[in-house]
Design a protein around this ligand. Structure first.
Ligand SMILES: Cc1cc2nc3c(=O)[nH]c(=O)nc-3n(C[C@H](O)[C@H](O)[C@H](O)COP(=O)(O)O)c2cc1C
Length: 312
């Protein structure tokens, strides 16, 4: 399936595995790349020597293109940029912060730059600064979220940007991919669905909690402070949201949330840790290999697109 994104990154299918801090590491990344999409190593909370190691491990597992996600607000961002340049990584996605100061250097090294941006104004700004594509993530997504939904992003941004637009947030099956392509997106970024990949190294309790989740279980912590994080309702989220709406300070809220993501991912404490996942949870009902996930997504996309012709 060819789009401007597949041509840009030299991949077979227009699917990026969204970076997931402490989760998207060599095994998942290489599995998605081997399946024809592109995996992305998440560097949030890590240092450059960890990334160096992870790039090496990923290259042992795949010879296909993969990317690295750099969190601009992390103090390590300069070192991470230097490292991906040295290693000639295929592409970089940027989250949290202004990526513009890094674009020129990455492009000099032939590295494709795909910033994650929260609105049309910033999409235009990174386009002017030389980004190769932009990723727009709707607030249906798991993890840190903005205020604009995926459909609104597609409606607002795609007709007004010349570089390829990749859409993320709430896409969990091929119908979602087909919808994004029909809206003019050149590809999608998916995080939550890959949490149930066999190659995804999270605690089994985390995976099982997602499998059991209902559409009404999704909550956002910290939305009122401008730092919304989407995950599943539990003892932690109840406590956080109770404090959030009874006037707790940013410091107090920070203390309540500290370490809760790792508690769920690594220790499997799905009550006191935060099970971060997007809003489209109903199709996330079984563990599959990354290859089966990607194959199924693409088959559904093709079936949906073929079926759409009947409306003409
Ligand atoms: C558990 C989890 C952790 C995430 N961590 C990051 C991250 O470190 N950096 C980033 O840019 N995006 C992060 N995201 C967002 C994903 O890269 C992706 O854009 C998002 O998951 C897409 O929406 P979906 O969850 O509905 O598939 C995270 C998402 C999840 C679910």
């Amino acid at each position: 399936m060819k789009t401007r994104l597949t041509k840009l990154l030299n991949i077979d299918l227009p699917i990026l595995q969204g970076a997931m801090a402490w989760i998207s590491e060599s095994q998942l990344v290489s599995a998605v790349s081997n399946a024809g999409g592109a995996g992305v190593i998440a560097t949030g909370g890590r240092d450059a020597s960890w990334l160096d190691d992870e790039i090496r491990k990923t290259r042992e597992l795949t010879n296909k293109p993969f990317g690295v996600n750099i969190v601009v607000l992390d103090s390590t961002n300069e070192e991470m940029v230097d490292l991906v340049c040295r290693e000639k990584i295929s592409f970089v996605t940027f989250g949290a912060g202004n990526p513009v100061p890094h674009i020129k250097k990455l492009k000099e090294y032939g590295i494709k730059v795909l910033p994650v941006v929260p609105n049309l104004k910033l999409a235009k700004r990174v386009e002017e600064a030389g980004a190769d594509a932009v990723i727009l993530e709707g607030m249906e997504a798991g993890g840190h979220i903005g205020h604009i939904a995926t459909m609104a992003h597609m409606t607002n941004v795609i007709p007004n940007i010349s570089i390829p637009v990749i859409i993320a947030g709430g896409i969990a099956d091929g119908r979602g991919i087909a919808a994004a392509l029909l809206m003019g997106a050149e590809g999608v970024q998916i995080g939550s669905r890959f949490l149930l990949a066999e190659e995804c190294q999270i605690h089994n309790n985390y995976k099982n909690r997602i499998i059991e989740a209902q559409d009404t279980d999704s909550v956002i912590t910290g939305y009122s402070t401008g730092h919304g994080v989407r995950g599943l309702k539990n003892t932690f989220s109840d406590e956080y949201i109770k404090n959030e709406f009874s006037g707790a300070s940013a410091d107090e809220l920070h203390k309540i949330a500290m370490g809760t993501y790792k508690k769920a991912v690594v220790e499997g404490d799905i009550e006191n840790g935060f099970v971060i996942v997007g809003q489209s949870v109903v199709p996330l009902n079984r563990i599959q290999s990354s290859k089966d996930i990607v194959d199924e997504l693409i088959q559904e996309t093709k079936d949906t697109l073929k079926n759409a012709v009947k409306f003409l």
